[in-house]
Design a protein around this ligand. Sequence first.
Ligand code: AMP
Length: 561
Amino acid sequence: MSVDETTTPSFDELPLRQELLAELASLGYEEPTPIQCEAIPHLVEGRDVLGQAATGTGKTAAFALPLLQRLAPGDRGRQPSALVLVPTRELAMQVSQAIHRYGRTLGARVLPIYGGQPIGRQLKELGRGVDVVVATPGRALDHLGRGTLVLDDVEVVVLDEADEMLDMGFQEDLEAILEEAPATRQTVLFSATMPRHIEKLARAHLTDPVRISIGREAAVPGSAEGPRIRQTAYVVARPHKPAALGRILDVEAPGSTIVFCGTRNEVDELTETMNGRGYRAEALHGGMSQEQRDRVMDRLRNETADLLVATDVAARGLDIEHLTHVVNYDVPSAPEAYTHRIGRVGRAGREGVAITLVEPRQHRLLKAIERHTGQKMEVARIPTVADLRARRFELTRAALREELLGDDLEQFRVVVDTLSDEFDLVEVALAAVKLAHDAIGGDVEEEEELPQMSLAPDDRDRGGRAGRTGGRRPPRGQAGGDTARVFIGLGRGAGIRPKDLVGAIANEAGVRGRDIGAIQITQNFSLVEVPAGQVDQVVAALRDTTVKGRRATVRRDRHEG
Ligand code: AMP
């Protein structure tokens, strides 16, 4: 085994409290991501930070850990000491869950407040006292107006996904909220892109910020001459990842494969899932003893295991021969980690395969990787049930062919002979094939169709967005792109407002807020215009989720025009 030269500091080397380190360990995080390495020391020191980082880089923990670090021990006041502003209600819930989780041992009181939830419950929680409020700008302003949210004790304000907030027309709300927070506060701004209006916002509200940018590295020199690796990405929503990976591997039929996961817990869960699917999968992570790890490596080497499911840390320095496939179950948080991972295949002149599962909102990470490798990744369709059936028939046919070429079939002749009195020989063969097919696990009865998603379009950087402070943009249709309408069986009667729909579509289907066109809300249903190319993924995603806590009939609107 050779040890790699990569030197990432461990969490222990970051200036974080013991309680936080313990939570990170229990979550199975093995090492900080680049944005965490860079931002956390400055934030703990109290500096303002202007960070360019996309979803999937670990930015939430990068700002959450330092603000939790500040929480005083013992009894704390009723007013929040930190305010995190996010564009949508889904993100508010997600970020607040993350902060709650990281701050569990510290007893952090974290409250999400967003439009669409009854204000009464939020009032009660605010009255009880909170440490961290995670809010959408509109609702935060609402509470400030009522005097139910007081920012006098706020030490840190975080603007998360600031470009998205400005795109949704929250500029004035943000300005008004920042006015209310003490001038001595620390301000942190994260944005996936840094257009001029974000720079302007930062200049106005951040003090001498440290600038951090992730994913802007120069391309790897000479990567085009590097090993031959077929790189394919599949767009999958998080909940479908285990099923999608199973499906992809069934069709790919890889040899020895290593699957990289982000955390120890993910490694354990996925190993179990893949074993359930008939793979001989072994887990490898930093929480295992050397002896356990050696045993796993032996099984892989002597081919009694076909999948190694590992974290980056555990796989570091392993030199495994004969790997055919590398799978990124998560898009690595930095492009360097990607090249490092896939560099394990395509050795000695053999072609290697790198498979990456990417969530719709992670398109920027994927772009950063492509810039880094100088190669485009092919985005492939997740195999359908029909693809899988075809593949399994192929396997059954191959297995039967093998038997036919063998020479110990004679003993079964008596069975065929007796049956042939009653049935046609082809029918007998069909029944035997069915038995064989089912016996080798060829049945696809239990398989469900997985929604085909596409990457959120990356047209944000193309400019032409000056001075918008409120209201919706003209629908894309008017700007020339094809649109289609989605019918959602919830309307005013269910308390649906345009931003509920924008939030749900943007978050669940990965469609940019600005790509959502005209919204029509009637008493009983709503119609939303979305880019035609994304209509199927919007329908699939909305069927899978709730809007304002309710499930709705969702379909492509048939009466378009
Ligand atoms: P974010 O970019 O904040 O949306 O985070 C993306 C995902 O990475 C989340 O699911 C986090 O739980 C996870 N994550 C964040 N930091 C780490 C880390 N150091 N190691 C492993 N997973 C992480």
